[in-house]
Design a protein around this ligand. Structure first.
Ligand code: SF4
Ligand code: SF4
Ligand code: SF4
Length: 333
């Protein structure tokens, strides 16, 4: 007699699809996943319908990997549905865990976003000035679209999340390790904790040599080719490895790319961007300022920091939904 395997679901909300690609990148280990779980819901790969999920008893799904942030009412509805139907609900990837790149939109009101996307973007072709509406009447009846939420939310800001798996996307090796761990029935961290990462910084996993040198100025990636084997930050490249949680084995610095912080902040960090900014400031020495005129010092500082072309997108790339300063008043259409 065969025993039914526990059910596994994966869902994308406001997402780029990269988290599903990362799952696909586990290659033949997908057979191991299949041996442990009945992979029964994943709109990117399978044709299971929402109604099939609604028909399941509550807690019928053993494990849901929920990727993407919450941008629309549909995202929110699916998060609530899958939370109800799942024993273990994992916020999978930076967008889901901390709002990720979609949450950079929180810097603007909905009115501004819709105007930019549908009316003022330079490459736009929208002669009839059409802006999508929640309800559009056509001869056959009403067409419905999900409404935009006032702000992009990390999933834990709307439903209870058992665990978060950071990364943009989580690394395939970490996905396999987490699935194995859960399938084995081994003890899991305290509810609300993290899976698939370490509690050390990316710098601790990075093979590049730190020489104890402060950089005179921060650089844009296009401004210099980094010297091989030497810490990128000490060479002026905006590497956030010292304020970012490890688990990716320093993937980006290993291939000459600065860490952009996708595995999120280390423990005890209440504001990811502020922590990254502070770590970066500690790595720069803009030159001697003693006894110099204030205007000269300001110029020195401006020049040292001129490589930070987009401070918000640099320091809050994955975490704007969670920043303690996220209090912009919303402007409704
Ligand atoms: S975490 Fe990264 S890979 Fe995953 S959906 Fe978001 S942007 Fe895409
Ligand atoms: S700052 Fe970046 S390059 Fe330097 S050691 Fe840390 S992770 Fe490696
Ligand atoms: S090095 Fe940084 S940006 Fe690259 S995968 Fe690791 S945490 Fe993410």
């Amino acid at each position: 007699m065969t025993t039914a395997k526990p059910k596994l679901a994966m869902y994308w909300a406001a997402s780029c699809g990269g988290c599903e690609i990362s799952l696909a990148n586990i290659h033949e280990a997908i057979l191991e996943v299949d041996s442990h779980f009945d992979f029964m819901f994943c709109p990117c790969l399978l044709d299971t319908k929402k109604a099939d999920i609604e028909a399941l008893p509550d807690k019928a799904i053993a494990l849901t990997l929920f990727n993407g942030a919450l941008r629309t009412t549909e995202n929110l509805e699916m998060a609530e549905l899958l939370r109800r139907k799942s024993q273990i609900f994992v916020a999978f990837g930076s967008c889901s865990a901390t709002g990720g790149i979609p949450a950079l939109a929180n810097h603007h009101g909905l009115h501004h976003l819709l105007d930019t996307v549908f009316q003022t973007a330079p490459a736009l072709d929208n002669a009839d000035n059409i802006i999508p509406q929640v309800t559009t009447a056509v001869p056959e009846g009403d067409l419905l679209l999900p409404a935009l939420l006032p702000q992009v939310l990390a999933v834990h800001q709307a439903v209870t999340v058992d665990y978060s798996m950071p990364g943009c996307p989580p690394e395939p090796e970490q996905i396999v390790a987490v699935v194995r761990h859960i399938a084995s029935g081994a003890a899991l961290p305290e509810a609300g904790g993290l899976l698939g990462c370490t509690d050390r910084a990316v710098c601790d996993e990075c093979p590049r040599e730190k020489r104890g040198i402060l950089t005179k100025r921060l650089l844009r990636p296009c401004q210099a080719i980094p010297e091989a084997g030497w810490c990128l930050l000490e060479q002026g490249h905006l590497c956030l490895g010292n304020s970012t949680r490890g688990g990716c084995l320093a993937l980006c610095p290993t291939v000459n790319m600065h860490c952009t912080g996708c595995y999120g902040p280390l423990d005890q960090t209440s504001d990811c961007g502020a922590a990254a900014l502070s770590a970066m400031a500690a790595a720069v020495h803009p030159g001697d300022t003693v006894g110099k005129d204030e205007a000269v010092v300001q110029n020195q500082l401006r020049s040292a920091l001129s490589g930070v072309a987009d401070p918000l997108g640099t320091f809050y790339r994955y975490s704007l939904a969670e920043t303690v300063t996220n209090c912009r008043p919303e402007v409704e259409r």
